[in-house]
Design a protein around this ligand. Structure first.
Ligand SMILES: *Cc1c(COP(=O)(O)O)cnc(C)c1O
Length: 410
């Protein structure tokens, strides 16, 4: 304990790091993070709706959620959840293969297949678990994974754990992907995302699929940020880019973002899904999604497919355009992204953090993202514009940014 105290006050003194317990080592790592100014902490907010969130600083307009269509507080979805609770109770009671898969889950799976054009789908309690399941079930020693280098942590983590060889291609670069595929050995899986969560940019899906096809590789698309929000009837990034929604061999989508509930699905051929039901440990050994959550998500999917969904997506596009025009009008360059995710590059970490906390005082929540999450010198505000924002909200944050960045330049 004495050695530990010493380390806490002098993080550079590594000689004292021998013979520490697990928890002492953890304490050291935390102290190091703190001294670097990168310690992360939790908040608990008193209330929220699709547009706002209450913090110690009062009610803030929330520009930090993934609730792109504002469905997380939609009365029809909440009602479907309540009705599901009355009908099914609060939990599924078992894993899917035992007795946890109920009619509510089957109906949601069928709706997803009808929407996206796949033979079969299965449900997970989170997108993180779904990604682990796909990659660790289909990839193992002797096979290779070719993945975009900026793919989500859940995909990278699964690839490392799978035992397969991992080759990472340059971000959104189909030629680099092709070169990795040519170099890779054994049966291959190519993996990327529809929309990337930090920059809001899209993968060139058709080109990546063509590289995969030329190399006889399976293709897995994670469309966590595209499902519900992109394409005709919200069926995702593939449709937005003019290709069939079921063009990927395997598609993963999450329910916690645009659809406003929780959990995720994996859709594929009947044979691939049968394989997962038999061999995906994250599916076999985990309590199935609460049936009421499946009822709520079914309502959310139906809503996303309806003309109300079209109206929400139109609102969102208008709001994104309004935000980007606003940035340009105050002399800030809008990013290349035309999705909800609108990074505003500030440059230095300190500047980004200062602007984020000043925005808070002015009534807006927009988080600062710093290196190493993003490349050095590109610290930014990660602003997500949603369908629930009003024109006043958007004008408000643009004016605040105008004021704060002018102050920074002085
Ligand atoms: C959010 C996200 C996930 C994880 O989904 P959860 O349901 O939140 O666990 C997976 N992939 C991508 C690209 C994501 O953005």
């Amino acid at each position: 304990m004495k050695a530990f105290m010493k380390i806490r006050t002098n993080t550079k003194d590594v000689s004292d790091l021998n013979n520490l317990s697990i928890f002492e080592e953890c304490g050291y790592e935390l102290a190091k993070r703190k001294s670097e100014g990168s310690l992360r902490t939790l908040s608990s907010y008193a209330s929220r709706d699709s547009r706002t969130i209450s913090s110690e600083d009062g009610v803030l307009v929330n520009f930090s959620s993934n609730d792109y269509l504002g469905l997380s507080a939609h009365p029809k979805i909440a009602e479907a959840w309540r009705n599901g609770l009355k009908l099914w109770g609060s939990g599924s009671g078992a894993s899917a293969l035992v007795t946890g898969r109920l009619k509510a889950h089957a109906e949601l799976e069928e709706e997803l297949c009808d929407w996206l054009g796949y033979e079969k789908a299965i449900l997970f309690n989170s997108g993180f678990a779904a990604n682990q399941a796909v990659i660790k079930t289909f990839c193992k020693s002797g096979r290779s994974i070719v993945m975009d280098r900026l793919a989500h942590a859940s995909l990278q983590e699964a690839a490392h754990l799978s035992g397969a060889k991992l080759l990472r291609f340059h971000h959104n670069d189909a030629d680099s992907c092709h070169r990795c595929l040519e170099k890779a050995e054994g049966p291959l899986m190519t993996v990327t995302e529809g929309v990337f969560s930090m920059d809001g940019d899209e993968a060139p899906v058709e080109k990546i699929i063509s590289a995969a096809q030329k190399n006889n590789s399976a293709f897995f698309l994670d469309d966590a940020h595209g499902i519900g929000v992109h394409g005709k009837s919200g069926c995702g990034t593939c449709d937005k880019q003019g290709i069939q929604p079921n063009a990927p061999h395997i598609l993963m989508g999450t329910f916690g973002k645009a659809l406003g509930t929780m959990g995720a699905f994996v859709a594929s051929s009947a044979c691939n899904i049968e394989y997962m039901v038999n061999f995906a440990r994250e599916y076999v050994y985990s309590t199935h999604m609460p049936p009421a959550a499946a009822c709520a998500t079914l309502e959310a999917v139906r809503l996303a497919r309806s003309s109300e969904g079209d109206d929400l997506r139109q609102n969102l596009r208008d709001n994104v355009a309004c935000f980007r025009n606003g940035l340009a009008s105050i002399g800030l360059e809008p990013s290349g992204s035309t999705t909800s995710i609108q990074p505003v590059i500030i440059g230095d970490s300190e500047g980004a953090v200062t602007i984020s906390s000043e925005l808070r005082k002015m009534g807006f929540l927009a988080g600062a993202i710093r290196p190493p999450t993003v490349p050095a010198g590109t610290a930014r505000l990660r602003i997500t514009v949603t369908a629930a924002h009003s024109k006043d909200d958007i004008d408000g944050i643009v004016n605040a940014l105008s004021h704060l960045t002018a102050k920074k330049r002085d």
